[in-house]
Design a protein around this ligand. Structure first.
Ligand SMILES: C[S@@+](CC[C@H](N)C(=O)[O-])C[C@H]1O[C@@H](n2cnc3c(N)ncnc32)[C@H](O)[C@@H]1O
Length: 266
């Protein structure tokens, strides 16, 4: 058959990615055209010298190197990458996943209180991770806690792909950025889509613990999560391992009430 004859295969248009996700520089995950995650804005900034020093000493051990979809500084973990939790921690123990540990109060306190559990945190704010590593050194007298790992990445995307479904005993989302202005509410990380992601990551009877000092965010969380048949509210008591953090103190000083919520996967 000669080139260009009527029988030649017609040139085909390569499949086009759905709008939204790719357009904004993110890989597509599932059929939903996710908008770019906007739950965070700050990523960098200078670390105080002591936090930088802790980062220099411990990050190689604690902060995992993961393949990234859009270059070394991207917060998007390559979607084909799966974390081998057993290999990372060298054992199989109940796993706590923390979303946005900030400067690591709950992460470090939890890991010290439960050496028999493993803690995997996702944080996009590097100075916060440096601060968490400094707190870790203060707690241990120097070495890394063997049951803690941190991934510097966007949790709402990474959790859709990086873990085996049903692998987390607990997920913690303490004092997520409140985005108090009405026009910014859509940036709040706790949404119905994120609840689906968390549900999939939890073990059958796994628990999602949340806390906030913003009443309208607490109400929005209840509205979204109470409506789901796959999550059941089991407690509004303070989460057992949650220490008082800067965000709780600040909220209380401003006269705001703290809401704790715990949902079990059903
Ligand atoms: C208000 S701070 C709370 C920190 C900590 N949980 C506490 O209670 O002290 C919220 C943290 O979530 C992080 N964050 C926001 N969106 C995130 C995302 N999509 N993935 C990972 N971390 C995120 C922010 O960088 C910030 O450090």
């Amino acid at each position: 058959m000669s080139e260009g004859s009527a029988d030649s295969p017609q040139p085909t248009t390569p499949p086009q990615p759905p709008p939204g996700h790719y357009a904004l520089g993110h890989p597509v995950i599932g059929p939903r055209p996710l908008a770019r995650t906007r739950s965070f804005t700050r990523r960098g900034g200078r670390m105080p010298r002591t936090h930088q020093a802790a980062w220099d000493r411990l990050s190689r051990e604690v902060v995992l190197t993961v393949p990234r979809a859009h270059g070394d500084t991207s917060t998007v973990v390559e979607t084909s990458y799966r974390l081998d939790v057993g290999e990372v921690f060298g054992r199989r123990a109940p796993l706590v996943v923390e979303v946005g540990p900030g400067s690591g109060d709950a992460l470090v306190a939890g890991a010290v209180a439960r050496p028999d559990w493993d803690f995997l945190a996702f944080e996009v704010w590097r100075p916060g991770i440096g601060h968490a590593l400094a707190k870790m050194e203060a707690a241990t007298g120097g070495p890394a806690l063997p049951n803690v790992r941190v991934i510097e990445a966007d949790a709402s995307l990474a959790l859709q792909t990086i873990l085996e479904p049903g692998s987390a005993h607990e997920v913690w989302t303490f004092f997520p950025d409140p985005w108090p202005k009405t026009k910014h509410h859509k940036r709040r990380i706790v949404s119905d889509d994120f609840a689906t992601t968390v549900r999939d990551v939890l073990t059958e009877d796994g628990v999602w613990r949340l806390a906030t000092d913003w009443d309208d965010y607490a109400e929005a969380m209840r509205e979204v999560l109470d409506a789901r048949e796959d999550l059941r509210l089991v407690s509004t008591e303070r989460a057992p391992l949650r220490p008082v953090t800067r965000f709780e103190r600040r909220g209380t000083e401003a006269g705001r009430a703290i809401t704790d919520l715990a949902y079990v996967r059903v």
